[in-house]
Design a protein. Structure first.
Length: 327
C-alpha cells in the first residue's frame, strides 16, 4: 500500500546564496506540492518587482483551491511594508499555498535583516544554502551528489573529479550523476579518468592549464575547441583567473610541503602541488601582468567587450606571453 503524500509546510525559508542549491530547494518544494496536487502552479517574483496589491493577490485563496507554490526571490531587499504583509499572511496561511522566501541571510534595510528571524519564529521550514567556498565543502558536496545518485565515491575519486571538472557546482553535480551511471555505482580515481577525460578536455580548465604553462599553440587549440562546443565564455574566464591567482598565491607562500600549505592557503593539497609545478618559469612581474589581464577579462566576458570570444583569445595570448616575464 502506497503511503499518503506528506502535506508540505505552508512556509519555507531558503537561506543563502548558492544558486544551484536554491534551485534544488525550490524544485523539491514544488515536487512535494505536486505530490498532493498535480496541477500545483509555480510563481516566482523578485521582491523588487513585487507590490503590496500583487502580494495580496498571490496569497489569496482561489475559488477552486488550486495548489500554488509562490517564490519570493531576493527577500533581503524587502521593504518594511511588504515584510509586514508577509508576516501577517504567514500568521494565517491559506490552504494549498506554499510560500517560499529566498533570502541571502544579509540585507541593507532593517526589514531585510530581520525577516529571516521573524520567519523562523513563525515556524518556517528552513533550508540553508550557503556559498560553498572551502575545498572541504566542495568535496562534501561531491560525496553527497554521488550518494543522491545511488553511488559511492572514495577520497581519490573526489580529488580526481575536482581536478577534471573544477569547482562549478552545476558541472560537478552533472558529472557525479553521470559517473554513477557509467561506473555502475562505484566511483574511484580510475573511473573518473576513464569516463571523464573527454569532459575535462572541453572545460575552461584545460585552456587555463595550457595558458599558464606557456603553451601558446595548445592553449589556442583548447580555447577554439571549447568555443566550438559551446563552453560559456564566463566559465573559461573564471578558470583562467583561478589558475593565475592560485599560482600567484602559492608562489607568494614559498616552497613547502603541500599538505602543510593547504591549510594556510585554504585549498586542497593536490591543488597546491599542481600550482607549485605550474609556477616554474613565472616571475613577479609576469604574475602581476597576468592578474591584470584576468581582472580585465572578467569584465569583458560579462558585457564590457563587444566580442567576448576575441577578448578570451587576446587574454590567453597575453597570459602565455606573461610567463616569460621573470622580472
Amino acid at each position: 500500500m502506497t503511503a499518503p503524500a506528506t502535506v508540505p509546510p505552508p512556509l519555507h525559508l531558503v537561506l543563502g546564496e548558492e544558486e544551484l542549491l536554491i534551485e534544488r530547494a525550490v524544485r523539491d518544494t514544488l515536487n512535494v506540492s505536486r505530490a498532493i496536487d498535480a496541477t500545483a502552479e509555480l510563481t516566482r517574483v523578485r521582491v523588487s518587482e513585487l507590490t503590496l496589491p500583487a502580494l495580496i493577490e498571490l496569497v489569496s485563496p482561489s475559488l477552486f483551491s488550486e495548489g500554488r507554490v509562490i517564490v519570493i526571490e531576493s527577500a533581503q531587499d524587502i521593504s518594511q511594508e511588504l515584510a509586514d504583509a508577509v508576516l501577517s499572511y504567514v500568521a494565517q496561511p491559506a490552504d494549498g499555498i506554499v510560500l517560499v522566501v529566498v533570502h541571502t541571510g544579509g540585507g541593507r534595510s532593517k526589514a531585510g535583516k530581520t525577516l529571516p528571524a521573524a520567519l523562523r519564529k513563525a515556524g518556517a521550514e528552513i533550508t540553508e544554502v550557503p556559498k560553498l567556498t572551502k575545498p572541504a565543502e566542495r568535496e562534501s558536496f561531491i560525496r553527497n551528489e554521488v550518494r543522491r545518485a545511488g553511488g559511492r565515491i572514495d577520497a581519490a575519486g573526489v580529488v580526481a573529479l575536482l581536478d577534471a571538472v573544477g569547482s562549478d557546482l552545476r558541472e560537478l553535480s552533472s558529472a557525479a550523476t553521470q559517473l554513477v551511471a557509467d561506473a555502475g555505482g562505484t566511483v574511484d580515481e580510475d573511473a573518473v579518468r576513464r569516463y571523464h577525460t573527454g569532459r575535462a578536455d572541453v572545460t575552461g580548465f584545460a585552456v587555463a592549464e595550457k595558458a599558464v604553462g606557456g603553451d601558446r599553440a595548445a592553449a589556442l587549440e583548447s580555447l577554439r575547441w571549447a568555443t566550438q562546443l559551446g563552453v560559456p565564455h564566463v566559465l573559461v574566464a573564471d578558470a583562467l583567473a583561478d589558475a593565475v591567482r592560485t599560482i600567484a598565491r602559492v608562489s607568494a607562500a614559498g616552497r613547502g610541503n603541500p599538505n602543510q600549505m593547504a591549510g594556510e592557503l585554504g585549498m586542497p593539497p593536490w591543488k597546491v602541488r599542481k600550482a607549485q609545478g605550474q609556477s616554474r618559469g613565472w616571475g613577479p612581474d609576469g604574475l602581476a601582468t597576468a592578474m591584470r589581464v584576468v581582472a580585465r577579462l572578467n569584465a569583458e566576458v560579462k558585457g564590457a567587450a563587444a566580442d567576448p570570444s576575441y577578448a578570451l583569445e587576446r587574454a590567453v595570448l597575453e597570459v602565455v606571453a606573461a610567463k616569460g616575464d621573470n622580472g
